[in-house]
Design a protein around this ligand. Structure first.
Ligand SMILES: C[S@@+](CC[C@H](N)C(=O)[O-])C[C@H]1O[C@@H](n2cnc3c(N)ncnc32)[C@H](O)[C@@H]1O
Length: 303
């Protein structure tokens, strides 16, 4: 299991983190309706579909898919954490989706669903936190009916950062971003950029007709479609999260080959930049700081 005291994964599973980060991400996605179209079409969301969402956490992705699916359907969210499931259930009831979505406590390595139940078995940002993602994908295939779809939505290597005020900072951020990924692989045996490897893992799991898409999430600080208040909330939340995990991140970057000095420079600059943006209301609409993150969508069919 991915749970490990003091790991960055453990932080990402906390209920407060999940609820707030997903609420902020929803506000972000609301400015990009075509992303919903991508999910609907790529995952084949249609009336009558039976879906299992593994590692559902507080159920945000499950509800996102439900809102994109027309007509009647059944979705089951599965997670190991009871508090997350309680939150998932109450949010789902509030959203008026309780008759269509249910939740079960269970493990990705032993999903509490019968063989061949689902038309679509999916997960979002689960496999990156597992030390044996192949085992989980095989298990996802087991609960999917023959000819059904297994889908994973995970971060990959595709990302970029451009800082107009400090290009050296952007270069260091990229370099240390790679060191961070290497460090996490070394220290925790997990791949936080697993997206690139997913087609290989899916093939090993016996899945066929593989397909890939990359959902590019551009974070342009001054993006005119977004409310400066939402951007500020996001920056405040991520600065706070960063403060909670910075020691762990430092350890990972050093394990991945960065020097202590490089990490100190990067972290100091990051904090200063975030505080400058958050502390001056006029700064957000002016800032052309630009980050792009890639979320990989991979599907395969069961035989
Ligand atoms: C980063 S969260 C993603 C939650 C949700 N999929 C989303 O996108 O909002 C990862 C979730 O996987 C769950 N998890 C971790 N290891 C698991 C396992 N072995 N089996 C089932 N769930 C697991 C955690 O409890 C957490 O809720």
């Amino acid at each position: 299991m991915a749970k490990k005291k003091g790991s960055i994964s453990t932080h990402a599973f906390k209920i407060q983190y999940l609820k707030r980060s997903r609420e902020l991400y929803r506000r972000y996605l609301a400015t990009r309706p075509w992303v919903g179209q991508l999910y609907k079409s790529f995952l084949g969301l249609r009336p009558g579909i039976r879906v299992v969402d593994v590692g559902c956490g507080t159920g945000d992705f499950t509800r996102y898919l439900a809102e994109l699916t027309p007509g009647n359907f059944k979705m089951i969210g599965v997670d190991t954490r009871a508090p997350s499931l309680r939150s998932a259930f109450s949010e789902t009831r509030k959203a008026g989706l309780a008759s269509k979505i249910s939740f079960r406590k269970g493990d990705a390595y032993n999903i509490p669903v019968q063989n061949g139940y689902a038309d679509l078995t999916c997960c979002r940002t689960l496999l990156m936190h597992l030390t044996d993602p192949l085992k989980a994908v095989k298990e996802m295939a087991r609960v999917t009916k023959p000819g059904g779809t297994v889908a994973a939505v995970e971060h990959g290597e595709a990302q970029s950062v451009f800082d107009p005020d400090d290009e050296r900072y952007a270069d260091l951020a990229k370099k240390l971003g790679d060191a961070y990924l290497k460090g996490i692989r070394k220290l925790e045996g997990k791949d936080y950029a697993i997206g690139d490897r997913l087609p290989t893992i899916f093939r090993k799991a016996g899945l066929i007709e593989l397909k890939a898409e990359v959902q590019a999430d551009p974070y342009l600080i001054c993006d005119a479609r977004r409310k400066p208040r939402d951007v500020k909330d996001e920056l405040m939340f991520y600065l706070q999260s960063y403060q909670e995990t910075k020691k762990l991140e430092r350890k990972a970057m050093i394990a991945g080959g960065a020097t202590r000095k490089q990490v100190v420079i990067l972290q100091r600059k990051y904090e200063t930049k975030m505080k400058d943006l958050i502390g001056h209301d006029e700064a957000i609409p002016k800032s052309t700081l630009f980050y792009v993150g890639g979320i990989y969508l991979i599907t395969g069919r069961t035989r």
